[in-house]
Design a protein around this ligand. Structure first.
Ligand code: UDP
Length: 243
């Protein structure tokens, strides 16, 4: 059966999801929109959708080879990806190796502090509430996942961290932190979904000492540093073995 485009199912800040004629597959279109601070800051950046789509595809393929289940099925073209239809769990699963971003705003830890262990945190995925950080007790209270699912999610997130850390280290990039979304596919299997890109990971260039120049992720947009497409292009070039 040839794949056919269906109607728009969902539009998020950076992606659009379309149904297909296969009930267990959807098409994702990566947009050029950049948002930060719960969408208070917004801009269109030429080429960003294509870069994130290609980077995400390469990372999902790498993870698949390592046995890490994810929704990726194939790349259709520069900005379109075919993925398993997944019911997203409304949690943002953040793993941190180095202190940065909100961890530094909310604790005395300084930007760049090497954490003694990967810090795994759950945020409630809800724009209206500003994606709040959940305590263990609140996570239990909201009853979004079972105890068994929680331990599966934690195991999967830490496995992704190990794989990604190694992968990026090989490209002379340091994985500071990242956000994952997970969900259940049509076979009720827990899989990594959404995207894994410089929009959702902090990546620092090991070839560069300067605190701002080394930033190759969305912090370039958050901090008004400019050069976002150049930075994402550098990440993609290293992934492709071109740089
Ligand atoms: N992140 C994300 N989407 C969000 C919030 C965070 O992809 O809605 C990523 C972010 O890019 C970083 C990690 O999760 O790699 C940790 O983000 P942090 O809590 O430090 O938040 P921020 O500093 O972006 O407010």
């Amino acid at each position: 059966m040839e794949l056919q485009h269906g109607p728009l199912l969902y539009e998020g800040k950076a992606k659009k999801v379309f149904s297909t004629n296969k009930s267990d597959q959807v098409l994702v279109h990566f947009k050029n929109d950049a948002t930060a601070f719960n969408a208070l800051k917004h801009s269109e950046i030429d080429g960003k959708g294509s870069l994130n789509c290609q980077i995400s595809a390469a990372i999902f393929e790498m993870l698949k080879k390592q046995g890490i289940p994810n929704h990726f099925l194939g790349i259709e073209n520069e900005t379109w990806m075919l993925v398993q239809k997944v019911e997203i769990i409304p949690l943002e699963i953040v793993v941190r190796n180095i202190a940065s971003g909100s961890l530094c705003r909310e604790t005395p830890l300084k930007n760049g502090f090497l954490l003694p262990f990967p810090l795994l945190e759950f945020y409630f995925k809800d724009d209206a509430l500003g994606d709040p950080l959940l305590t263990e007790a609140r996570l239990k209270l909201l009853d979004l996942i079972t105890t068994q699912q929680k331990s599966e999610i934690e195991k999967l997130a830490l496995a992704v961290n190990d794989s990604l850390k190694n992968f990026f280290q090989g490209l002379e990039l340091t994985l500071v932190d990242f956000k994952l979304e997970m969900g259940l596919n049509c076979a009720s299997e827990l899989v990594v979904a959404d995207e894994i890109s410089p929009d959702t990971c902090r990546l620092w260039d090991n070839r560069c000492e300067d605190e701002n120049q080394r930033i190759l992720d969305k912090d370039r947009f958050r901090k008004d540093l400019g050069g976002l497409t150049e930075a994402y292009n550098e990440v993609l070039s290293r992934i492709k073995g071109l740089s």
